[in-house]
Ligand binder design. Sequence first.
Ligand code: KG4
Ligand code: ZN
Length: 393
Amino acid sequence: MAAPAPLVLGIETSCDDTACAVVDGAGGVLSTVVSSQLAAHQPYGGVVPEIASREHLANWPPVSAAALERAGVALTGPGGIDVVAATRGPGLVGSLLVGLSLGKAIAYALDKPFHAVHHLEGHLYSPFLAPPGSSSAEEAEPAQPVPDRFTGLVVSGGHTNLFAVSGGAVETLAETRDDAMGESFDKVGKRLGLLYPQGPRVDALAEHGDAARCPFAVPKVRAERRPDRVADGRQSLDFSYSGLKSQALLEIERLERRGVATRPAEGGDGEARDRPDQDQGDPVFPREVLDLLAGFREAAVGQLLDRLERLRAAGRFESAGQTLAVSGGAAANRLLRRRLVAWAAEHRIDLRLVPLVYSGDNAAMIAHAALLRERRGRRDDPLSVEAASRIPI
Ligand code: KG4
Ligand code: ZN
């Protein structure tokens, strides 16, 4: 059976992943291919913008060919791509330019509609995507309908945002005043000598620590600067992760002064197999470090739950629909997922947690957001739209 029209080609190159996907008219993911540049950036401990742009150029031909082939779709001709979408920003401008220019050129050459999608709009609607079909593109499950009104939480390496969505209009309820949550995990992990991206590794190590033995406070953010971002009382709904990160870095220093080893043990991989309290392959750290990471993660996740609970207490999930959609790279965090499930069940909130395959950057979310825009009759001119490193949603 032919996939429902229109077929959307999605392109995402905002940071260090080169991604291409084909999504059908029902939001079914026919293919999603993500080529990671980890090996190129790991020697530097983080993403090097110039290297990222060059890698995107080199990765695009095989990535796009694989996405089209897996979807069983040709770029041109009958049954070919109907709509083209690429990320416009925010992100690294050199990286964005590669994918956006490719998308513009393809749309212009094929004379197809074009969508320049905001990266966070992609994340925001990604919890409604169904995981890709297990065996063939034909099994692609349609996306779930997006409710007219819902609350969105996007937690990634660059953003920590709460959004109110209503009839396709997106309003920011809260954002981080400094670091993003994923970024704070990366920086703490980097200090411990972990490889980029450190977030998932810190999360995995924290599973083996005891947060109660190294508690960190959930920071309060003063409301004066944005009096509109208050749900109850005087504290702002905005987030802050740089204080928590600094506390964790100071605590690492304190451990070092006490002679505790805060670098992975030599040959960590091999030794980890003999340690029942750590996952296979995780680097080996003393208990004090695992407790510190557990305490740090507890406070980081606690801050998200604190804001959600205050929104709930202020009646948001009654007045604006019960749906909470959570997305972004850091939405893969194991503690966050457990806490959200328990909290949503307790308060009968309709929680949509992004499937793990779409939590990190990918192009299926960009094609899906473009499909929603297409339905609302919003398109962009491939000749004039420009990449932007910072743009409001
Ligand atoms: O959405 P994403 O792939 O890229 C951005 O748009 O930023 O998010 C990547 C971020 C990185 O900071 C990474 O360390 C973090 O998400 N991350 C995590 C976890 N998995 C990825 N942070 C905490 N816990 C995790 N399990
Ligand atoms: Zn992202």
